[in-house]
Design a protein around this ligand. Structure first.
Ligand code: ZN
Length: 223
């Protein structure tokens, strides 16, 4: 049995020690991404949860699952929650965010398509160990304009994804408020806010560069 150590998100410049609780994810939050997978735009945010065991720091060596079809990247803005948030409104939602970073919502796409066809839950495709690499978070107080946050992802030197928070169908504060009506968010929880268009397949040896506005830059090479 491998030893299990609870994943603790890294928050730059702080001694953050709260282990990650849950990762609340939103699907189809950018219209162009919904369209590229032939999915309708949902009437309200489409939510699902990845367990804490799916989180890894993006600098940890990443092994893709084998023999289960394509593994897709989805680059997403990630929020680290610092205060309990239960049924909050839009105007106070952001007070509970302590850090902002990037996540890869790794997805076994062939398996997800099969599960969707059968009307089954997606967890087997999205919640496996290692399915949510997270960057280091930067303090949320460095964000001056939440709608101006922009992520960029380059794969082997080519830009594949670029998305601005202002393009989200449900903006960040509204999203947190909406989530908190159903799932209480606790310190150490993470919210990932959906992927812009340009998702695609990963293969071993791929080199990824991730950027969030001028707040953070990370790169990694897959095993
Ligand atoms: Zn996603």
């Amino acid at each position: 049995m491998p030893e299990f150590a609870a994943f603790v998100p890294t928050l730059e410049g702080s001694h953050w020690q709260q282990p990650l609780g849950k990762i609340v994810c939103v699907g189809r939050n950018y219209a162009e991404h919904a369209a590229e997978l032939n999915n309708p735009i949902p009437a309200q945010p489409l939510l699902f949860i990845k367990p804490a065991t799916s989180a890894v720091h993006i600098k940890q060596p990443l092994q893709l699952p084998q023999g289960q079809g394509d593994v897709h990247y989805e680059t997403e803005i990630a929020l680290l929650i610092g205060k309990p948030l239960c049924k909050v409104d839009d105007s106070t939602a952001l007070n509970g965010v302590v850090g902002v970073g990037l996540a890869l919502d790794l997805t076994l796409r062939d398996l997800q398509s099969e599960l969707k066809k059968q009307g089954h839950p997606w967890e087997r495709a999205k919640a496996w160990d290692g399915a949510c690499p997270l960057t280091t978070f930067v303090p949320a107080d460095r964000v001056t304009d939440w709608s101006a946050l922009e992520l960029v992802m380059r794969l082997n030197g080519k830009e594949k994804q670029r998305g601005k928070a202002s393009q989200m169908l449900t903006p960040i504060a509204t999203l947190i408020s909406h989530i908190s009506q159903t799932f209480t968010l606790l310190p150490g929880d993470v919210v990932i806010t959906g992927t812009p268009a340009g998702v695609g397949r990963l293969t071993s040896g791929d080199h990824l560069e991730l950027e969030l506005t001028d707040l953070l830059k990370e790169q990694l090479t897959l095993a």
